[in-house]
Design a protein around this ligand. Sequence first.
Ligand code: NAP
Length: 308
Amino acid sequence: MTLRLAIVGLGKIARDQHVPSIAKTEGVELTSIASRNASIDGMSHFPDIETLLASDEAVDAVALCTPPQGRHAQAVAALQAGKHVLLEKPPGATVSEMGPLVALAQEKGVTLFATWHSRFAPAVEPARAFLADTDIHSVHVEWKEDVRKWHPGQAWIWEPGGLGVFDPGINALSIVTAILPRPMFLRRSDLQFPENRAAPIAADLEFTDATGLAVRAEFDWRETGGETWSVHVETAKGKLTLSEGGKKLALDGQPMVNEPDAEYAGIYRRFVELTKTGAIDVDLSPLQHVADAFLLGRRHVVDAFVEA
Ligand code: NAP
């Protein structure tokens, strides 16, 4: 049976990735859009998820591509209506709002899938397999990009719950938590807040694990020259570098993986599989680390961020 899917929140990521990836995935079909302003020619359109669910539109599942702050109420409405739910990252605005969602999905016997798109990047699984089999000396994450280029006009991202630089940074954390053999925990967090914004523009974090491993993560949204989305791991077998957000993997500079992006195709293949049994896939560890970074964060006030 083909899953009839509605996209909720037809913004940048829905248009760039969800729509084309759904079209390429067997077992799922995009049938409706619920978005206040945006629509797709020729497709059923509803202004919001409540109107969609109250209609007689035949929908089996929803993909919530709205900003994280409003996602909990939308997920509750969809689960209450017995729909499978795919959540864009981050899965919500708080860690603790997720427990009741998981419980509701279990009660209704439907799928709840908290996606971490970077975990579907081609270098991630080979990196995990490599690191499972070698001594790790240290980890250095550099996730540095130009916020004006990647997030123009996204006011929600600077609001409480929008995460600021952790919006991309949580992708790095989703990779690191997938490839390291043991759970890590935060030791230090320095956060730089523009004086006119509620969310940080840069973060410098130090984690460790039960063996004392040093994991440093630097996230910065003010990079306009050498943007980088890299994880460097010093190991007993050499320096492993995952770059371009997980498209490439190299050992001591020698390429091991270099493949085109197929993250969202992977997400939708997994979603179709999960819905066959109503299985739940919710890993909150990247969101927990971000919450810890705010909990332990030393706040530094920096220059105002002005969009134009
Ligand atoms: P976006 O371009 O701002 O799109 C979100 C859409 O949600 C808006 O276009 C808007 O469409 C709708 N919406 C509903 N309530 C809203 C509200 N209160 N404020 C603003 N928009 C609202 O954002 P996005 O970049 O697609 O990101 C959406 C989610 O995907 C975020 O959690 C983000 O972390 C994640 N994500 C983004 C990217 C990326 O590269 N941009 C990559 C991976 C994941 P209507 O006005 O039509 O309602």
